[in-house]
Design a protein around this ligand. Structure first.
Ligand SMILES: *Cc1c(COP(=O)(O)O)cnc(C)c1O
Length: 395
C-alpha cells in the first residue's frame, strides 16, 4: 500500500488524473504559487513600461512549457521566449495567444511557413537570413508583413550581426518587403560574473549600435538586453523589456545576486521508496559494488534513476530528504533505481515519499547543490529531467 501522507493539492487545471499520480514511482512537482510569486517579485523590479518576457525554452527549463506559460502570463509576463519553432507551436496549440519570440536561428521554408501560420516572431541574425525571409514570404504570397527581431552580437559571439554593422543591417531589413522590425536585441555573456567589465563593454556596444541607428534617422523600436542576472543587477540594463529565464523558476544566476529577492524554487523532484531490506555488514550494493556496508544497515530502493535525469555522477555523493531528514544515497545510481542508507529512519515504509530536490521542514536540497557537486550550472540540472517523469502542478 502506498503512503498517501504529504499529499500536495493538485492545481485546478491539472490534466493528470489523481489515481495515476498516486501510483507514480517518481515525478517532478511544479509549485505554481511559487512561480507566480517569483514573477510578481521580478515585476516589482521593473518600471511599469518595461515588459517582462518569460523565457520558456527547453520545456520551460524542464518545468513543463504550457502550464508555466499560462501561469506566468497571468502573473505579469507579457511575452514568451522559446528556442525553436516546435516549442512555439506547442504553446499556440495549447491556445496561448501572447507574442512569442523565437530566440534561435530559423532559415528553412518549413520554419518560415510555420512562423507565418502560427503568428510567431523570428530572430533575424544576418542580412542573408532577412533576405530569405522576405523572399520566402513573398513567394508563398503571405499577405501581411511579419514582426521580426534584429539580433546584434555585442560580445557573446553567438547569434547576431556584429554591433558595428547595426545601422546597415537595420536599414536593409527596413527596406525589405514583408518584414516589420519589432525589436532590436543582444545577449550578455557575463552578467552573472562578479567582474562587471565585459558586461559594461557589451552595454556600451549596445548603446553605440542604438546611436548608429538613430543617426540614420530611424526611431529605435523596442530594445532589450537583460537576462535574469542583468535584470537583477542593474536597472540601466532593463530597456523596454527583460528576458528572464532562471529567476522565474526561483533560482539565482549567481551567489552574489541571491540576496536581492526572496525567490522560491518552483521545481521539486520526488520519488517513492519501492522496497526496504536489511543488509549485513560486508554486503556490496549496486553495480560494481562501489559501496560495501560497513555494518548491518537498512537499505531503501527508490524508483528513480539516471534515465529520469538523476545524474549518475552523483552516485555515493548525493543526499535526499525523508521525513525532513537528510539520508545518504549509496552505491552506483542505476538506470531506473537508486539505493539509500535509511538506518536512521526506523519507521520508514515502502511507498514513502523521498525528496531528491526540494524542501522538507528546515532542510532543503536545491539544483544549486547538485550543480556545485557536478561542477556545472543549475540551468543544466533543471533541463536534465526526462519526459518519463510526469510534471505535476501543485498550488
Ligand atoms: C536563455 C536566454 C535567456 C534567459 O536566460 P536566463 O539566464 O535563464 O535568464 C535570455 N535571452 C536569451 C537570448 C536566451 O537564449
Amino acid at each position: 500500500m502506498l503512503s498517501r501522507k504529504q499529499t500536495p493539492r493538485l492545481a485546478e487545471n491539472q490534466q493528470c488524473d489523481t489515481y495515476a499520480w498516486f501510483s507514480q514511482r517518481a515525478w517532478v512537482e511544479i509549485d505554481l504559487g511559487a512561480l507566480s510569486d517569483n514573477v510578481h517579485q521580478l515585476r516589482s523590479l521593473l518600471s511599469p513600461h518595461t515588459e517582462l518576457m518569460a523565457v520558456v525554452k527547453a520545456d520551460a527549463y524542464g518545468h513543463g512549457a504550457v502550464t508555466v506559460a499560462q501561469t506566468v502570463l497571468q502573473s505579469g509576463a507579457s511575452w514568451l521566449g522559446v528556442a525553436t519553432v516546435p516549442e512555439a507551436i506547442q504553446l499556440r496549440e495549447a491556445g496561448i495567444k501572447a507574442p512569442i519570440l523565437i530566440l534561435g536561428a530559423t532559415h528553412t521554408l518549413e520554419q518560415i511557413h510555420a512562423i507565418a501560420h502560427w503568428k510567431l516572431q523570428p530572430t533575424l541574425c544576418t542580412p542573408k537570413q532577412a533576405l530569405i525571409f522576405s523572399e520566402t514570404l513573398e513567394a508563398i504570397k503571405f499577405t501581411d508583413s511579419i514582426p521580426v527581431h534584429i539580433k546584434l552580437d555585442t560580445g557573446m559571439s553567438r547569434l547576431g550581426t556584429n554591433w558595428q554593422q547595426a545601422g546597415e543591417f537595420v536599414q536593409l531589413v527596413q527596406r525589405l518587403p514583408m518584414l516589420e522590425i519589432k525589436s532590436i536585441y543582444s545577449h550578455l555573456a557575463t552578467a552573472d560574473s562578479l567582474d562587471p567589465q565585459v558586461m559594461i563593454q557589451q552595454h556600451q556596444r549596445f548603446e553605440e549600435a542604438i546611436a548608429q541607428i538613430k543617426a540614420l534617422g530611424i526611431k529605435p523600436p523596442c530594445l532589450h538586453l537583460a537576462n535574469s542576472a542583468a535584470t537583477l543587477c542593474d536597472p540601466a540594463l532593463h530597456y523596454d523589456m527583460v528576458r528572464v529565464g532562471l529567476a522565474i523558476y526561483g533560482l539565482s544566476p549567481a551567489v552574489h545576486l541571491r540576496s536581492h529577492l526572496d525567490f522560491k524554487p518552483v521545481l521539486q523532484l520526488k520519488a517513492r521508496v519501492t522496497h526496504i531490506k536489511t543488509i549485513a555488514a560486508g554486503t556490496g550494493v549496486s553495480y560494481g559494488h562501489r559501496f560495501i556496508a560497513p555494518h548491518e544497515m537498512r537499505l531503501a530502493v527508490v524508483g528513480i534513476g539516471y534515465a529520469d535525469g538523476v545524474p549518475r555522477n552523483l552516485s555515493g555523493k548525493m543526499q535526499v530528504l525523508i521525513q525532513g531528514r537528510r539520508v545518504p544515497q549509496i552505491g552506483a545510481i542505476t538506470m531506473d533505481q537508486l539505493m539509500l542508507d535509511v538506518s536512521t529512519i526506523p519507521n520508514i515504509q515502502e511507498g514513502e515519499i523521498v525528496t531528491l530536490l526540494g524542501q522538507e521542514g528546515k532542510e532543503e536540497i536545491s539544483a544549486d547543490d547538485w550543480a556545485e557537486q557536478l561542477n556545472t550550472i543549475s540551468w543544466e540540472i533543471l533541463c536534465g529531467f526526462k519526459h518519463r517523469l510526469p510534471r505535476v502542478g501543485v498550488i
